[in-house]
Design a binder for this molecule. Structure first.
Ligand code: GDP
Length: 424
């Protein structure tokens, strides 16, 4: 079984906790894109964990975790994440962590380039997490990347670094008028933070191919959501990688293997980090109340997230591009305080209401059409089966399911592992 678990919205849908929950049924969890620009929050029996780079399966002793070739890896950050987990008792060895030799390393000058560009843009900034992700993906496609496998041959690494740093300084020093990087510093950084990590580097495509032949169950874990996908998202306010399920085989190195199924994670309301069009956005007290109720502050950055009602137009599009077979609706409990629950049912553009997700300039001028459904006004966090849900909460789930046109199989009603129910 090859399952992709992906975000339907703008990210932060609660994928981490769903992967943590469902990974008990899998032998392998593989991250296939992105870097440390987003965070998964997982709360289980042993505590609360924020994972930026490591696959969420790392919290289960019997799961092997793969960081695929589609990822970009900040070595210093990875070191910190591994050490933190080790301190809280998580065992990490070359048996339960495998890192692709083809994954690209995110270097200090990528981070600096990200910061310099955001500063240059001033009030036109993208709201980047300033972790170097766009620059390092840019370098990948310019074929100026250093890959994890390069760490295994320090001699050739040194000359590669020398050439690339010289090239990068044309931009950092020549373009941005900033301090040039020294090749030796970059090389020393790579040596320092690759210590201990080298054992995990291998051809993960070969590892996965063998695992598939042996009938192992593999989960492909995405970061962010459909609306942040570089092709299908709110370009240019997207991430720099493919967040969709179709990229899972490419980003993990198993071309030719069709996914068995795709589980879409969709939040019961909307949130969005950074700049860009967010048609369903709420403002003022209404927004503050939802942000507070949902704890909508970035896991990686602590930034307050923009929030809004559930957006049928955007979510329907997200389900389509992800090709989701079933959905998990998360954080339903957060809406329990509302008398009436707002839902965005259409976008108004130049006095015309549309129900499909537009692009570019149309998205910039779209305003939301909002409808209200009855709130349930009671604590639902102890509901464990469909029949435990109050009638109005169930009606909300069914209303969304019907509008989206995809089965909602799981509903989560709290942050802990067991706070969920399976729909009939
Ligand atoms: P991810 O990047 O998609 O994993 O999203 P986040 O890291 O932003 O996770 C969502 C946040 O909501 C985390 O703090 C989770 O612990 C929490 N969470 C996930 N599902 C639920 C839920 O059903 N109810 C509540 N109250 N919190 C949840």
């Amino acid at each position: 079984m090859l399952t992709a678990i992906v975000g339907i919205n703008w990210g932060d849908e609660g994928k981490g906790r769903m992967v943590d929950l469902l990974s008990s049924e899998y032998d392998i969890v593989c991250r296939y894109q992105g870097g440390n620009n987003a965070g998964h929050t997982v709360i289980n029996d042993s505590g609360k964990y924020i994972l930026n780079l490591l696959p969420s399966g790392i919290l289960r002793a019997d799961v092997t975790n793969v960081m695929g070739n589609g990822m970009v890896i900040d070595l210093e950050h990875l070191n910190g994440e591994i050490n933190k987990l080790r301190k809280s008792g998580i065992n990490i060895t070359s048996d339960n962590l495998k890192i692709s030799n083809r994954a690209i390393i995110c270097l200090p000058y990528n981070v600096q380039q990200d910061i310099l560009e955001e500063e240059r843009l001033k009030d036109k900034k993208f709201g980047s997490t300033r972790r170097g992700i766009a620059p390092v993906y840019g370098d990948k496609y310019l074929k100026k990347g250093i890959r994890m496998g390069d760490l295994l041959n320090k001699k050739s690494l040194q000359s590669k670094v020398k050439e690339i740093v010289q090239w990068k300084n044309l931009l950092i020093e020549g373009g941005y008028n900033s301090t040039a990087f020294k090749a030796d510093d970059i090389y020393n950084w790579l040596v320092k933070f690759s210590e201990g990590i080298e054992d995990y580097i291998c051809d993960t495509g070969i590892f996965l191919e063998k695992a598939i032949k042996e009938g192992k169950k593999i989960m492909f874990e995405a970061q962010l959501g459909a609306l942040r996908d570089i092709d299908f998202g709110i370009y240019p306010y997207t991430s720099s990688s493919s967040t969709i399920a179709a990229y899972a085989p490419i980003g993990s190195g198993i071309p030719g293997h069709k996914l068995t199924n795709t589980i879409g994670i969709m939040k019961a309301y909307s949130s969005c980090v950074g700049e860009g069009p967010f048609t369903c956005e709420m403002f003022g007290d209404e927004a503050e109340a939802l942000r507070k109720a949902g704890g909508e502050y970035g896991a990686a950055t602590g930034r307050p997230r923009r929030v809004g009602p559930f957006d049928i137009v955007a979510s329907k599009f997200g389900v389509m591009v992800q090709g989701a077979d079933v959905l998990a609706l998360t954080k339903l409990d957060i809406l329990s305080y509302l008398d009436k629950v707002p839902v965005v049912t259409g976008y108004k553009i130049n006095d015309k209401v549309i129900e499909y997700f537009p692009t570019g300039d149309y998205l910039d001028i779209a305003t939301p059409v909002i409808e209200y459904v009855d709130g349930w006004k009671c604590d639902i966090s102890s509901c464990r089966k469909e029949s435990d849900l109050p009638e109005k909460a169930l009606a909300y789930v069914k209303y969304i399911e019907e509008k989206i046109g995809c089965k909602i199989k799981y509903v989560s009603v709290g942050a802990k592992r067991e706070d969920y129910l399976i729909m009939k």
